[in-house]
Design a protein around this ligand. Structure first.
Ligand SMILES: Nc1ncnc2c1ncn2[C@@H]1O[C@H](COP(=O)(O)OP(=O)(O)O)[C@@H](O)[C@H]1O
Ligand SMILES: [Mg+2]
Length: 319
């Protein structure tokens, strides 16, 4: 079973829609930026549907050139084209009674779109080079990170196919528009990657979590997952700390913080000290050497900083 994290209202709405549509045979269009969880949601719908015990078949329209895509989708008979030395059933046949996911549907050529439309309307097709008509009962889910309505306007996408696929539309918002989901997602990834890599980590420090919550994640949940996996691998402490997160994320967030509220010199000093401590993996002797101050002085500065109520780093996203 797959668990979809949905703490934000936007994601809860998407999951509610998914659950309502799961019990029907309606075609579903799932849209959203790359990495938001379209595949995950499609599989969730399948797993909640009456087709759950049947196959869940996926075809990626973005990576296959048109000819190959049709061969994969419809299958072919022996001798259908050069190289077709054996007959091969396609993914449509494989998805009979189950679910067929058309990933990145916007990349399908207009020719292939016409052939797909015919399958939807007649529930029949022939393999390439074949004459036998095959009946198929598949629930279709189309995924895209492209605005399909816009593609229709520009005549890159058939309008009739668009309406056939878009019976129920589930938009999945980018992670930056539903930051409430981030702590639970991050926590789940820490657990699963710690298990995968045999690490005794179970949490993120509040500062690390608040840093992540302030970052925009252009790569959405996939980028968060990769970030956490990397952090789990490099972390030396019992929890993931700011220093275990990529420099690019720390830099982006500190620019953002500075823009929101300019820092005092003491705050800049404090953040710089944390950065250096990150570099030295918490080694204070080494950090003091880099900073050009004594170890004693470094300890005093750290003590002052933590007395100032952990500074701004702990303001957000305790959890
Ligand atoms: N709401 C969620 N809860 C748990 N895991 C998620 C969620 N959304 C995405 N993921 C995970 O994030 C990664 C990227 O999601 P994916 O479905 O492949 O995105 P997309 O198809 O939109 O590019 C996958 O590992 C997926 O399991
Ligand atoms: Mg995907």
């Amino acid at each position: 079973m797959i668990e979809i994290v949905a703490r934000s209202e936007a994601m809860r709405e998407a999951v509610r829609l998914a659950e309502r549509v799961a019990g029907t045979n309606a075609n579903v269009l799932v849209t959203g930026e790359s990495g938001v969880g379209k595949d995950a949601l499609a599989f969730y719908i399948h797993s909640q549907s009456t087709r759950a015990a049947q196959s869940f078949v996926k075809i990626d329209c973005a990576t296959l050139p048109s000819g190959l895509l049709e061969a994969e989708l419809f299958g072919y008979e022996r001798g259908a084209f050069t190289g077709a030395s054996e007959e091969k059933p396609g993914r449509l046949e494989a998805s009979h009674r189950g679910t067929l996911v058309l990933d990145e549907i916007a990349y399908m050529s207009v020719d292939s779109q016409a052939k797909l439309l015919r399958v939807i309307e007649t529930r029949e097709f022939e393999r390439l080079g074949g004459r036998r008509t095959i009946k198929v009962d598949a629930r279709l889910m189309a995924l895209t990170n492209v605005d399909l309505a816009e593609a229709v306007k520009r005549q890159h996408f058939r309008e009739d196919l668009y309406y056939r696929l878009n019976v129920v539309h589930i938009p999945v918002p980018p992670l930056r528009e539903r930051r409430e989901d981030l702590p639970a997602l991050a926590q789940g990834f820490v657990k699963s990657y710690a298990a995968k890599h045999g690490r005794q980590l179970s949490a993120l420090s509040p500062a690390a979590l608040s840093l992540l919550t302030e970052y925009d994640f252009p790569g959405n949940v996939r980028e968060l997952a990769n970030t956490i996996e990397r952090a789990v691998i490099v972390a030396t402490g019992k929890r993931i700390d700011v220093g275990d997160l990529p420099e690019s994320i720390r830099a982006a967030v500190s620019v953002r913080r500075r823009r929101v509220q300019p820092l005092s010199l003491a705050e800049i000093e404090g953040e710089y000290i944390e950065e250096v401590l990150g570099l030295t993996k918490g080694n204070k002797t080494e950090a003091a050497r880099i900073l050009g101050i004594s170890r004693k002085n470094l300890y005093e500065k750290l003590a002052r900083r933590s007395k100032d109520e952990g500074g701004r780093m702990n303001d957000v996203g305790e959890g």
